[in-house]
Design a protein around this ligand. Structure first.
Ligand SMILES: Nc1ncnc2c1ncn2[C@@H]1O[C@H](COP(=O)(O)OP(=O)(O)OP(=O)(O)O)[C@@H](O)[C@H]1O
Ligand SMILES: [Mg+2]
Length: 390
């Protein structure tokens, strides 16, 4: 049985671009194959960058709906006031600005799949309407009393702990129970390091072909460094690290020291680190081995400290550059609210320039910019819309 699954999953991996050799990933691929044939609602959970969207795409691509579209909706990026009409559509004149009747994403996805990303961001008022669609396939366009129904398969994803959201009354328990009946939980990359070499190979091939670089591979200790790293940003972070390394270290066989330069000096939270533990009933560790492991951990702590110091020095330099970049983004810091051209700048205008400057700085990655500005993605979206930037 296990053999059959592994042969099937190999072909599946080639077909759907989803890779993984760990038991966890093989199990996930098996579940995808089972649920894809049905219309059952699936909840995909896991930290940012673990591959939730990749899983959603694989479910859709394997299902009988694959010839129809998969509509992806990022619930966190749609302003709260319009999310209901975006999802379910609206009738002409149902609210100020509704000059035309419009279909919502559920109707657009008819016959296919709707992927509701960041479902934890769905406002409470809309959650009840979403539950109704899940329960009996029905919904109303905003401003209409006629119930409509569509043939849509729902996949939802979140990196939030929905149980916690339920406890803090931000998420309806009935919707939570309905959603979690099939829950694909993707473990963080640090908990499945067997998958790291596969990703490394995949991304090395992809980036060397894309950039015309000849990649000479890694020394064994380099691969160990990659496998032992904490990967707070998961597969996405590994992908980015591979791209930078390949491009910058062009044509070189990479050693452990080369690789370390590209990893952030990230410290795993206390308690999650591999501190040496003495397990009395397991005699396989002799005292000498324990001392050896303690020394290895100590060495890795020293390396982390070294990286942290290097990073701290780098960040100080970065802050200096950012300050001067931001100064140009806001047209110079106000001196009596005048810039160099003598133009008066209002607080609102300063905010506008600052926000746009930050979005540019993060290469139009709104999530990263919102994070840096310490505002929600929804607030950022609303402000950009206000500025006519979206
Ligand atoms: N199992 C996998 N096989 C192939 N590529 C993967 C896999 N998992 C993740 N990736 C790659 O990692 C990156 C991040 O994946 P994805 O966008 O699906 O993550 P996510 O969990 O949806 O993240 P977020 O919560 O930030 O939206 C993508 O480039 C994706 O192609
Ligand atoms: Mg995603």
């Amino acid at each position: 049985m296990a053999e059959i699954i592994s042969v099937e999953s190999e072909t599946f991996q080639q077909q759907h671009g989803i890779i993984g050799e760990s038991l966890e990933m093989k199990e996930i691929i098996h579940v995808i194959q089972q649920v894809a044939q049905t219309d059952i609602t699936v909840l995909v959970t896991g930290e940012s960058g673990v591959g939730k969207e990749v899983v959603a795409q694989a479910i859709h691509a394997t299902s009988r709906r694959s010839k129809k579209p998969m509509v992806t909706v990022n619930c966190g990026a749609i302003p709260e006031g319009i999310i209901e009409s975006e999802l379910f559509g609206h009738e002409k004149g149902s609210f100020t600005g509704a000059s035309e009747t419009r279909k919502g994403y559920f109707e657009i996805a008819d016959g296919g799949t709707i992927f509701l990303d960041e479902i934890g961001e769905l406002p409470l008022g809309v959650q009840v309407k979403f539950l109704r669609v899940l329960e009996n396939g029905e919904f109303n366009r905003v401003g209409s009393s006629a119930a409509r129904s569509v043939d849509v398969r729902v996949i939802a994803a979140t990196n939030k702990d929905l149980e916690h959201e339920v406890r803090t009354k931000n998420f309806r328990p009935d919707l939570f129970f309905r959603l979690r009946s099939v829950n694909i939980r993707i473990p963080p990359l640090r908990d499945r390091h067997e998958d790291v070499p596969l990703f490394v190979e995949k991304f090395a091939k992809e980036f060397s072909e894309k950039n015309g670089i000849s990649f000479l591979g890694f020394t064994p200790d380099a691969m160990e460094v990659l496998q032992d790293y904490y990967w707070p940003g998961n597969v996405r972070e590994l992908r980015n690290v591979m791209e930078s390394m390949l491009v910058i270290e062009n044509g070189k066989k990479l050693s452990g020291d080369d690789v370390r330069k590209y990893l952030k000096g990230y410290q795993a939270p206390e308690g999650e680190r591999n501190l040496p533990v003495y397990v009395a009933q397991q005699n396989e560790f002799s005292e000498r081995e324990l001392i050896y492991r303690a020394l290895v951990d100590l060495k890795s702590d020293v390396l982390h400290l070294k990286e942290m110091i290097v990073n701290a020095v780098r960040s100080t330099e970065e802050i200096r550059t950012q300050t001067s970049n931001l100064q140009s983004a806001v047209g110079g810091f106000p001196h009596s609210f005048n810039n160099d051209n003598g133009e008066d700048i209002s607080l609102k205008e300063m905010e506008r320039r600052w926000i746009i400057g930050m979005v540019q700085k993060y290469g139009n990655n709104r999530r990263a910019a919102a994070h840096a500005l310490q505002i929600s993605e929804r607030t950022l979206y609303r402000k950009l819309k206000e500025y006519g930037e979206v």
